[in-house]
Write a protein that binds this ligand. Structure first.
Ligand SMILES: Cc1cc2nc3c(=O)[nH]c(=O)nc-3n(C[C@H](O)[C@H](O)[C@H](O)COP(=O)(O)OP(=O)(O)OC[C@H]3O[C@@H](n4cnc5c(N)ncnc54)[C@H](O)[C@@H]3O)c2cc1C
Length: 442
């Protein structure tokens, strides 16, 4: 089986590489062993921590961190990659919102986290004044969002000083079946019910709207009240369906990502996967790559758990297998490995130095990962493999949590390696044409 490019990993980095390659007409295969970090993420794309303009902060950040993956992409390409992501998401009915500065995304604990792009349905505070009232509500029996706790934390934030914070519970008899086993009452379980496209699904949504109206009435909520619900209603509660429900409820509805599984992140995974396939890409799930055949400085092919003796061959390969979380990196007592290619990995010999002393402090292991050259080609034995590129959280030299750069690095490096591959195949739009396209999209 032969492809132009084979991508190992179906998370944000692999998909961003795949979308650019497939759109350019390459025969592209993504092989993914399982779920990605998106299934656990807020669905927002962090670019760089802080409440200001992350692009204004990037030059100083790159000067201070010359080995950072962003430094191998460059500011203009980072912007182009994020605009491209917006374009692909919008094409799938999942518009992403951003402002001149980072906006603040509401977390399930009621804290506000600075981020760059968020799905439009996410509860966020931007530059505009916060609504005069925000009601945080949950569904009776749902265990993964606690409005009173979130409201207590949110009340401490100066941006909410002039907003009335209300809390409430929505009681839907149709969800009573979950009472038998509360462990079943998680966001994905609820979504399955709300996703039904039949009369029962419609009746459930109508009952929900009625309950929301009751809550607003009982709390004498003002007309501009924003209602925030845990993201457990429906995987499809976006676009016209959301607008319809808002019309029935008479208020703005926003969602907050819950504890995993996160429906908002899953929506993004599904939207990007659908888009990749629509552009002609092939996406294989439950397909763990076990090893590779390498000749000299070139990767010839990879073999997988399910493929028996089959060698998946390609001209170019992208390693986007994620960090420890997705087993793109594995940790042993003696060290850190990249299991497929045995790539060079940045780590520390002294295991005691891997983690910091304070749980919420800096942890050196967060910066461990695969080493690459300036073109993001993966190093093995100190030399770059000519046709293997690294992208996303498998890479060394960045700390997604401390920097607030998680998905930003995945998007930017995925997009960038695709550009390198296209340039080598002679099929790339020039960078300036790509930037022009991206500007038009944003
Ligand atoms: C719990 C959690 C929450 C996060 N929340 C946010 C957030 O709110 N905002 C933000 O910006 N960032 C967030 N991040 C960070 C961000 O999501 C990740 O940095 C980014 O999505 C990583 O994407 P990736 O494609 O590099 O890796 P992953 O998403 O980890 O994807 C790796 C892929 O590789 C596959 N894979 C691994 N090994 C193999 C193999 N041998 N063969 C085939 N496939 C393989 C996996 O199945 C998976 O599909 C979060 C991360 C985590 C872990």
């Amino acid at each position: 089986m032969r492809f132009d490019t084979l991508i190992i990993g179906g998370g944000m980095a692999g998909l961003c590489a795949g979308l650019r390659l497939a759109e350019a007409g390459q025969k592209t295969l993504i092989m993914a062993s399982g779920q990605s970090a998106l299934h656990f993420s807020s669905g927002s794309v962090d670019l760089l921590e802080g409440e200001g303009d992350p692009y204004a902060a990037l030059p100083a950040f790159l000067a201070a961190n010359p080995a950072h993956p962003y430094a191998k992409v460059g500011t203009a390409n980072i912007a182009a990659s994020l605009a491209d992501l917006q374009r692909h998401c919008a094409a799938q009915g999942l518009p992403l919102y951003h402002e001149q500065h980072n906006h603040l995304r509401l977390t399930p604990l009621g804290t506000l986290k600075a981020t760059w792009l968020s799905p439009r349905s996410s509860a966020c505070i931007g530059a505009a004044p916060a609504p005069s009232a925000i009601m945080l509500a949950t569904l009776a029996g749902f265990r993964d969002f606690h409005p009173a706790l979130a409201a207590a934390n949110l009340a401490r934030h100066p941006r909410l000083a002039h907003s009335r914070l209300l809390t409430g519970e929505i009681d839907l008899p149709q969800l009573g079946t979950f009472g038998r086993n509360p462990h079943e009452c998680r966001s994905a379980d609820l979504a399955r019910l709300f996703d039904r496209q039949d009369a029962q699904g419609e009746a459930l949504l109508a009952a929900l709207a009625q309950e929301i109206r009751r809550l607003l009435r009982e709390h004498q909520a003002p007309a501009d009240c924003q209602l925030v619900l845990p993201a457990c209603l429906s995987q499809g509660l976006v676009g016209s369906r959301l607008a319809e429900l808002e019309g029935q409820c008479g208020c703005t509805l926003r969602e907050v990502a819950t504890l995993p599984p996160s429906l908002i992140g899953m929506r993004m995974q599904e939207a990007l996967t659908r888009r990749f396939v629509a552009l002609g890409g092939t996406f294989l799930t439950s397909e763990r790559v076990l090893g590779a055949r390498v000749a000299g400085d070139r990767v010839i092919g990879v073999h997988s758990q399910n493929g028996d003796d089959l060698l998946f061959e390609a001209d170019h390969f992208v390693l986007a297998s994620g960090s420890f979380f997705s087993r793109g990196l594995t940790s042993r007592l003696g060290g850190i490995d990249e299991p497929i290619f045995g790539a060079d990995v940045l780590s520390l010999a002294d295991r005691d130095a891997w983690a910091g002393r304070r749980l919420f402090g800096a942890h050196p292991f967060m910066g461990f990962g695969v080493k690459t050259d300036d073109h993001l080609r993966v190093l093995r034995g100190g030399k770059a493999l000519a046709n293997l590129y690294g992208a996303g959280s498998v890479l060394a030299h960045y700390d997604p949590i401390a920097e607030g750069s998680g998905s930003g690095v995945a998007v930017a490096t995925g997009w960038q390696v695709a550009g390198h591959i296209l340039a080598r195949m002679g099929g790339s739009p020039s960078d300036s044409a790509a930037h022009q396209l991206a500007r038009e999209a944003s």
